[in-house]
Design a binder for this molecule. Structure first.
Ligand code: PXL
Length: 277
């Protein structure tokens, strides 16, 4: 099989294990060529360190896209995550229009916030603009906070009914996303991922028992494994199950190793499990 190629549009945070520093190794381990298009360079992620630096790369991104187009490069998927400015969201939309043609997948992780709050760098205007990007997605992977922002639903930390979750997933599909995965919904001692596939009217609820505390970057680990699995020919529910299992193990080993919370998950310890036999 030809090596699938992905354009990965995320920030590069030097320390803290998120975005490109997890997407590149995970996709490579899964036999997928990852071509990074950084949205910003930060010294650390924004969730747990004071005084992080932030270099916005918006102006560079269109130049990179122009050069890639001039080389005639094609991608089997465009995979976006943390974005650095409102204007940049339009740049990503243009990129998908240009490179997401034919059967290339547009995988959009609408990274915006967690636990009912937007991340420090996400303005209300950016959150609004993200609704347009989501319309272009073949697969969109919001957590509950992001799902609420995108569907204008009041946020609750817990006790979502499956009907409410299905309704929110349906709303995202009505907006234009083809398949929807609502990630990391807390249900008692489990996390549930809600998978609403293109053309279906019922969702699959994939439950995984929690293996420890929450950590930054797990959403990026999850979406990167889903992207890799889809490009390896797995179905969306299979990809979600693999991602949920991998994140669970990452959290377990990080707790065992007593990795500080802000440092994310030490996925390096178990990365080998993703390597295709
Ligand atoms: O994991 C999401 C994420 C990605 N990139 C940056 C972040 C965060 C979450 O805090 O700060 C820079």
């Amino acid at each position: 099989m030809m090596t699938p190629r992905v354009a990965a549009i995320h920030d590069m945070s030097g320390f803290g294990r998120c975005s490109l520093t997890v997407a590149i190794p995970i996709l490579s381990a899964m036999g997928v060529q990852c071509c990074p298009l950084p949205t910003a360079f930060l010294s650390t992620h924004t969730g747990g360190f004071e005084g992080f630096t932030f270099l916005d790369m918006t102006d560079e991104m269109s130049k990179v896209a122009d050069h890639w187009a001039s080389l005639g490069l094609t991608f089997q998927a465009v995979y976006s995550g943390f974005l650095g400015s409102e204007r940049q969201i339009g740049v990503v939309e243009d990129f998908i229009r240009r490179f997401g043609k034919d059967d290339a997948l547009a995988i959009v992780d609408p990274v915006m916030g967690d636990h009912g709050h937007a991340y420090e760098t996400y303005t209300p205007e950016m959150c609004e603009q993200m609704k347009e990007l989501v319309c272009m997605a073949d697969v969109v992977l919001p957590n509950v906070t992001e799902c609420c922002i995108l569907t204008d639903t009041p946020y609750r930390e817990e006790n979502w009914t499956r009907k409410e979750l299905l309704n929110m997933a349906m709303m995202l599909r009505l907006m234009g996303a083809k398949s929807v995965v609502i990630t990391g919904v807390r249900e008692g001692s489990c996390y549930t991922n809600v998978v609403l596939e293109q053309g279906q009217y019922d969702a699959k609820f994939i439950r995984t028992r929690s293996s420890g505390g929450e950590r930054p970057g797990t959403g990026d680990v999850f979406s990167s494994v889903v992207a890799g699995a889809l490009l390896n020919g797995k179905s969306l529910p299979e990809a979600v199950s693999q991602a949920a299992g991998f994140v669970k193990e990452c959290i377990k080993v990080s707790d065992e190793e007593q990795i500080p919370h802000a440092n994310g998950v030490c996925f390096e310890k178990i990365l080998g499990k993703l390597i295709k036999k």
